[in-house]
Design a protein around this ligand. Structure first.
Ligand code: FA5
Length: 341
């Protein structure tokens, strides 16, 4: 080996190193030049004893210097290749937290609306059709025609917002009963679902805005037995045959006799809990036979026709039907709640 060959080997090694881009190629290069058995540098060192004695020192020194320089260059190159590989990997795995979530959030029917639709479907089976009326109501339809004149104490239980012109946000759906009897003649079988307003304190069963479904059937020969049978059948359809239903005597100015319809509380097995105020029962609605004064107010003859009427809370139907033990869940728009439906 002469000086030129030695320099050429070192030079080739350096040039080759400068082109290496992967860890695999670097490893192959290292084996080629520094491999224990057949490494090019080792081969160079092995030729030293064959040199004339006066050259051995210089050549040996030159090879060792070249070897050290190559080792340093190798380490440096290896670091660079590793860091480029890491950058590449990070680029591939980068998460853009500003991207919109994958997939579409599906809309669904709100439980109150689902309960309302179930009620409409069930009543359709008994021949009831849907009627509607305004949310901003006048005194006549909301109170006076319902046998509840201005100074009647029953008005106190249904305080609401009043407009400067004396109209009000309707407090119950019974106002639509009056409109229906003013505009249509018996036989009538109507249900009237809608939103109503009251100055009520919020509890697990009460909200100042809620929904009612009013029912009205005015035909010759309608009796309290029809009322009881209809509402019992409906409750069994909605909540199952094993859920007890109770008719409790009550008072409404616009019905006589009057009753409340209670359903066994599903949240405590009728043992008493916060939702039913420890009574074991949840009041679903009020009902009764249309008062003769109401029939007369809409120019019907109470000697000829009789009517049954009821008004149930749709929010309460949703609570019992879907196992929601606090009415506030229905109104607070919390996605975590709504996504369960
Ligand atoms: C009435 O509103 C009568 N108009 C019902 C009626 C109609 C009786 C026809 C006779 C003939 P009451 O105030 O009890 O009655 O309300 C009826 C139902 O609405 C209650 O049983 C309950 O289910 C629901 N309800 C009443 N107040 C609230 C409230 N603040 N939040 C949620 N639901 C309520």
């Amino acid at each position: 080996m002469n000086q030129a060959t030695m320099e050429q080997v070192l030079k080739d090694a350096e040039v080759a190193l400068g082109h290496l881009e992967t860890e695999g190629a670097l490893e192959a290069w290292y084996v080629k030049y520094f491999g224990r058995e057949n490494g090019e540098i080792g081969k160079l060192l092995k030729t030293i004893p064959e040199l004339p004695p006066q050259e051995r020192g210089t050549v040996g020194k030159a090879i060792n210097q070249g070897k050290q320089a190559l080792e340093a260059a190798y380490e440096e190159r290896r670091g660079r290749v590793a860091s480029a590989a890491m950058q590449e990997q990070l680029r591939g795995e980068r998460i853009d937290v500003t991207l919109p979530a994958r997939g579409q959030l599906g809309g669904s029917i709100h439980p109150i609306m689902a309960a309302k639709q179930e009620l409409i479907d069930l009543f359709a089976y008994y021949g009831f059709t849907v009627a509607d009326g305004p949310e901003i109501e006048d005194d006549w339809h909301n109170f006076t025609a319902l046998n509840t004149p201005t100074d009647h104490p029953a008005r106190d239980a249904q305080d609401t917002f009043y407009l400067p012109d004396g109209r009000l946000l309707r407090t119950h759906m019974s106002s639509v009963q009056i409109r229906a009897m003013e505009s249509g003649k018996p036989p009538l079988r109507l249900i009237m679902p809608g939103r109503v307003y009251r100055r009520d304190d919020v509890t697990k069963r009460h909200y100042p805005i809620f929904h009612q479904l009013e029912g009205l059937m005015v035909e010759e020969g309608t009796t309290f037995a029809h009322l009881k049978g209809l509402l019992t059948a409906l409750c069994h359809e909605l909540f199952g045959k094993n859920r007890r239903v109770r008719f409790r005597p009550s008072f409404f100015p616009f019905t006589e006799p009057s009753t409340e319809v209670d359903v066994e509380c599903p949240f405590c097995g009728a043992n008493g809990c916060g939702t039913c105020s420890y009574s074991g029962w949840i009041e679903l609605g009020g009902a009764g036979m249309v008062h003769p004064n109401v029939l007369e107010a809409v120019s019907l003859d109470p000697e000829k026709v009789t009517g049954l009427a009821f008004g149930m809370g749709i929010d309460r139907v949703a609570m019992i039907r879907y196992g929601i033990n606090d009415i506030r869940h229905l109104w607070e728009n919390d996605d975590r709640f709504l996504q369960q439906f």
